[in-house]
Write a protein that binds this ligand. Structure first.
Ligand code: PMP
Length: 419
């Protein structure tokens, strides 16, 4: 009986696994190899040898040293010794973990210190720190809307937004990517019947590298009395005079109800935040389940984030460099005749189309010492597989010039082989 049950369970799991074999796990496979989650490539330790200058520009996978064009470490801070030292000092004082939810006995003073700094930086009344961006989106959306409400979400928004909407049980209306006419038609259609309406958009889209039309979003939010949540995961630290993000760069930060961002990308650490009016933040403290029912970030991580926040604000050269490199890199790819998607961010996608072709190109680049991921469905729509290059402020132009040479050769070889 037991054996029969085990067999049935196993056959179900194997059947499911076979399906997954066909889908994309590419973000976990820097070499661009198709992989199952139990086989994904392991990075080796030399990356963390911080004595080596700019160690985080490189990945080591299966003994190969690859130039890293596949991280979200946009400002090149993850290997910065100031962040590492801050974490080490805090760990020596406070230990390795927070030991409980903030609402139980885990509310270390470092959280509110960081939240005050964040609110000041963002020019908002208050801030709240979450364990990560995924949890922040889940927590905020499921707290702000519920059954009988409506969420209007860009079709290309991040999975954590989609999951937050599902968790909230609100009705989910997806508008075509950046299509404000479509969004308005949905708002118009549902404004009479819904209790509360929430519009959600990524400020910069993670797989396309383009940005949301924030001014129009704010106007629609005003016109239809909706709430607006903007996810600055890929623009926080990267845009704005002091890295505050795209809402700030456009002077709109006061007109967005909730601005969310993460510390795992430009900040080079881990964790996330939301900024809003004080009353909204107090409401979240009382209702956001991922905050209430989960242990807080380890204080040593918070200390590292605090060090990073200081650097993000003060070292504007990183942002300027990144912006210049991004524009130049995009231009160079275009001049080489490659189909590069529109945008002004460090995320530069080269649109390929077929999954196999994208994989082949990613593999060919890996063979030439470059890590650039092939992004495939379901992460992107069917027929829109692409190579996603992501740049870092610490990449040297000479290094990128070498990379461009390799990309041109790979593109040429691919064209010749499949004419
Ligand atoms: N939002 C967006 C737009 C993201 O790209 C990501 C991470 N890929 C997240 C949220 C989740 O952030 P985190 O990695 O901190 O959980």
């Amino acid at each position: 009986m037991e054996a029969e049950l085990t067999k049935r369970k196993e056959s179900f799991l194997y059947r499911e696994l076979q399906k997954h074999d066909k889908i994309d796990c590419s973000p976990l496979a820097p070499s661009g190899m198709p992989c199952l989650r139990d086989e994904f490539d392991q990075r080796e330790d030399f990356v963390f040898d911080l004595a080596e200058n700019d160690a985080d520009k490189w990945l080591s996978i299966r003994g190969e040293k690859l130039f890293n064009l596949s991280s979200n470490n946009y400002l090149g801070l993850s290997g910065d010794l100031r962040l590492v030292q801050a974490a080490a000092d805090a760990a020596m004082r406070l230990g390795a973990g927070a030991t409980a939810s903030r609402l139980v006995s885990g509310n270390h003073v470092c959280y509110s210190e960081l939240e005050e700094e964040l609110a000041r930086w963002k020019g908002r009344e208050a801030a709240l720190v979450f364990a990560n961006g995924y949890m922040a989106n889940l927590g905020v959306i499921s707290a702000l809307v519920g059954r009988g409400d409506a969420v209007f979400s860009d079709r290309l928004n991040h999975a954590s937004i989609v999951d937050g909407i599902i968790l909230s049980r609100a009705d989910h209306y997806r508008y075509r990517h950046n299509d404000m006419d479509h969004l308005e038609s949905l708002l118009k259609k549902h404004s009479g019947s819904k209790r509360r309406m929430l519009i959600v958009a990524d400020a910069v889209f993670s797989m396309d590298g383009d940005s949301a039309p924030l001014r129009e979003l704010v106007e629609l939010r005003d016109r239809y009395h909706a709430l607006l949540l903007v996810d600055e995961a890929h623009s926080g630290g990267v845009r704005g005079e002091r890295g505050e993000g795209l809402c700030h760069e456009y002077g709109l930060h006061g007109r967005v109800d909730v601005i969310m961002g993460t510390f795992s990308k430009a900040f080079g650490v881990y964790g996330a935040y939301v900024c809003a009016d004080e009353v909204l933040i107090r409401y979240l403290v009382n209702t956001a389940r991922p905050l209430i029912y989960s242990t807080g970030l380890p204080p040593m991580v918070v200390a590292s984030v605090q060090a990073s926040l200081q650097i993000v604000q003060e070292e504007g050269w990183r942002r300027e460099r990144l912006r210049r490199l991004g524009r130049w890199f995009r231009d160079q790819l275009r001049q080489a005749g490659l189909s590069v998607m529109e945008g002004d961010s460090p995320i530069v996608p080269w649109l390929i189309g077929s999954n196999d072709r994208a994989l082949r190109i990613s593999r060919a680049l890996a063979e030439r010492g470059i890590s650039a991921v092939a992004i495939r469905p379901p992460t992107v729509p069917e027929g829109e597989a692409r190579i996603r290059f992501s740049l870092m402020a610490t990449h040297a132009k000479t290094e990128l010039a070498g990379v461009l040479e390799q990309i041109r050769e790979v593109a040429y070889a691919e064209q010749e082989a499949y004419r």
